[in-house]
Ligand binder design. Structure first.
Ligand code: GAP
Length: 452
């Protein structure tokens, strides 16, 4: 089997498990779907929340220099004019000249073995002509044009240019617009950060690769405000914090890579960007970005809204507009990396199994409790007692009395439950239960008292 098809098989297996076991479903599936949208099922929503809560704990709750906000998704259109998104938040689009299907030009090049990084739109079109690249349907491609990725909507009952608004394409702007509020309310010392988690929307030309490139997704972003003369030390410190978080997600360090983004590929607002890439089953792709945004955004607000964005160093007359370092995480990409890192196929007693080896703190279900036999009322009653004890303590505890014990273990392995607790006839004698470990499949006997 070639490397590429092995990767495809692994991705297909993960997508299939995600649907079969209630992690992630295609959006609007009953109506034939809506491309680029995904719904989280009961296990997926818990996994996603565990990731988001871990991030909030590590980047906000555990630190003294971070403040959280939760800004509105709809913002005044001036925000997106000033930020440059109205003019420059675009992707190159090319069209099949026969059936009019549309594609991202850089994706077409990549799929045909040409690296589009650093190429202008004209250079990409040149490469298409030079290499004789056709659309995936074998037809000639049109010259590229730019396509703005923001979803437009109207606010209120009037549909004119003044009522235009956008579904936010990044959470960052909701932080910048609240920078002054936080400074005035909390008087933080520099450097300090404002963090936000929430939905972002991009009308991607070709959403693909499961949740990796979606049209609706979540971001976890920090704008970290610094003295311009000290931006480098904060950049390095945040880079270290990013790696600590990825480690806590259980991502193997040898699959995490830093890419220094070149001048031509950096976003319009950035003076330095490091993309953190991950070896996903679809290949090495961007997981998150760390950007030095300078004073681009605060100066835009100052110039366009006419409000002073200067920060005064306490006890002095020294004033300046702070510069910003931005770690920007995509939740869906974190979920996809965690799923891929956890997905394992191995053999137990000569039988193949699929096991999701989530770190325990991320596993959507921590314990599964079962009576050995479901038709023995005394076992069921004892098992219920144990279930209540664990449920009270851990919350995410499952009851499972379907099928034989082997099948229950397989099911729990597939959803990554670290511990399966079984109540058998001996329990009625010794008040102890069997706990089976997901990864080693080892079984140990522990007293019910100790579970409390
Ligand atoms: N505020 C900066 C910003 O939004 P970005 O590189 O455009 O920067 C940040 O996006 C992160 O958001 C990406 O690294 C990725 O994790 C996630 N992301 C971006 N577009 C996405 C999409 N279409 N689907 C899923 N995640 C996406």
């Amino acid at each position: 089997m070639s490397d590429k098809s092995e990767k495809n098989v692994e991705m297909e297996n993960i997508v299939s498990l995600a649907k079969r076991r209630g992690f992630i479903y295609p959006g609007s599936d009953v109506y034939g779907g809506l491309s680029g949208t995904w719904d989280y099922g009961p296990l997926g929503v818990t996994l996603k929340r565990n990731i988001m809560q871990l991030w909030w704990k590590m980047f906000v709750d555990d630190r003294e220099d971070m403040y959280g906000v939760d800004a509105a998704i709809l913002m005044n259109q001036k925000v997106w004019q000033a930020s440059g998104h109205v003019d420059t938040f675009v992707d190159p689009l090319t069209e099949d000249t026969i059936n009019h299907r549309r594609f991202r030009t850089d994706h077409i090049l990549k799929d045909n073995g040409v690296d589009p990084d650093g190429l202008s739109m004209e250079q990409m079109d040149g490469a298409i002509i030079e290499k004789g690249i056709k659309s995936p349907d074998g037809n000639p491609l049109s010259p590229s044009r730019t396509f703005n990725m923001m979803f437009t909507t109207h606010v209120g009952a009037t549909f004119d240019e003044n009522s235009v608004s956008y579904l936010r394409p990044e959470t960052a702007q909701g932080i910048f617009t609240n920078y002054k509020n936080v400074v005035d309310n909390f008087y933080p010392d520099l450097p300090f950060g404002i963090a936000q988690q929430g939905k972002a929307f991009r009308n991607e030309i070709s959403p693909r690769d499961f949740i990796f490139r979606s049209r609706e997704f979540e971001q976890m972003e920090i704008e970290y405000f610094v003295d311009p003369s000290k931006w480098e030390e904060s950049f390095e410190a945040l880079l270290g914090n990013v790696h600590e978080f990825l480690d806590a997600l259980g991502l193997p360090a040898d699959k995490v890579h830093e890419l220094e983004v070149t001048d031509t590929d950096r976003a319009h607002y950035s003076k330095r960007t490091i993309d953190i890439e991950y070896d996903f089953p679809i290949g090495k792709e961007e997981l998150l970005g760390l950007a030095y945004r300078t004073d681009f955004d605060l100066m835009n607000i100052q110039n366009n809204a006419g409000k002073g964005m200067e920060y005064t160093i306490k006890g002095t007359n020294t004033k300046f507009v702070p510069h910003v370092i931005e770690p920007s995480f995509g939740v869906e990409r974190a979920v996809m990396a965690v799923l891929a890192a956890a997905y394992t196929e191995d053999e137990v007693n000569g039988e193949k199994r699929i096991v999701m080896k989530f770190p325990e703190h991320l596993a959507p279900v921590k314990y599964c409790v079962s009576p050995l036999l479901k038709n023995k009322p005394e076992l069921v009653a004892k098992a219920r007692e144990v279930y209540q004890i664990l449920k009270k303590k851990h919350g995410n505890v499952l009851w499972d009395d379907n099928g034989n014990i082997g099948k229950r273990y397989r099911r729990q392995d597939e959803i990554g439950t670290p511990h399966c607790v079984v109540i058998d006839f001996e329990t009625l004698e010794d008040n102890a239960v069997t706990i089976r470990d997901r990864d080693t499949t080892e079984q140990t006997r522990v007293s019910i008292e100790s579970l409390k």
